[in-house]
Design a protein around this ligand. Sequence first.
Ligand SMILES: *Cc1c(COP(=O)(O)O)cnc(C)c1O
Length: 230
Amino acid sequence: MVKENLEEVERRVAAACERAGRRREDVTLIAVSKTKPVSAVREVMDCGVADFGENKVQELCGKMEEIMEPLRWHLIGHLQRNKVKYVVDKVYLIHSVDSLRLAKEIQKEAEKCSVVCPVLIEINIGGEESKDGIPKEEAVSLIREIAGLSRVQVRGLMTIAPPVEEPEEARGYFKEMRKLFDAVRAEQIPGVEMKELSMGMTGDFEVAIEEGATMVRVGTAIFGNRQYAV
Ligand SMILES: *Cc1c(COP(=O)(O)O)cnc(C)c1O
């Protein structure tokens, strides 16, 4: 079933790229495997997907150790400073940097293992109180500060759009993100490489692609609904 789901998502990704006049290879599909077993990850991996997203450090490290294939693991959830050391030299990209304190911790741990850690800056585009991420007005100044850290490389922006009834309602948020992305890029901050715009999930990934997402993070549409312990 996961295989059929993935084929359907792939078809929708390709169609959205086509509508937007974009090339399929310019959009990375990240399969979000949180709460799902390693067997499900393998199923998707066997279909040729190499990018996987997890939102918890412990679960990410557990799966990574068990699977051992050279997959690209994306940390997409909130990262606590005391857990940076477990992921800094293992993940392909951290999507959720939203403070200088966190970036400084990444710098410190990256230094210890002699790596440079690629990150995205998380933006709270809907200005929701309950959400992680910084207000868009603070993006340029935070990125300028992080650019001074030699082992933290800013590669773009990430957002989780506010929940909406219809995917179309998310379009405005994605447009704002794209504008912000272009504005940060125009600053040409030394050491910052604005390449990735991570936005779009099961409910809204097609609209996100139409508005310029270079990475979409899709869980439910691939793996089915998640069961959380109550
Ligand atoms: C869970 C999660 C996703 C995927 O959500 P779906 O709606 O299941 O596709 C994407 N991004 C983040 C940050 C998540 O935590």
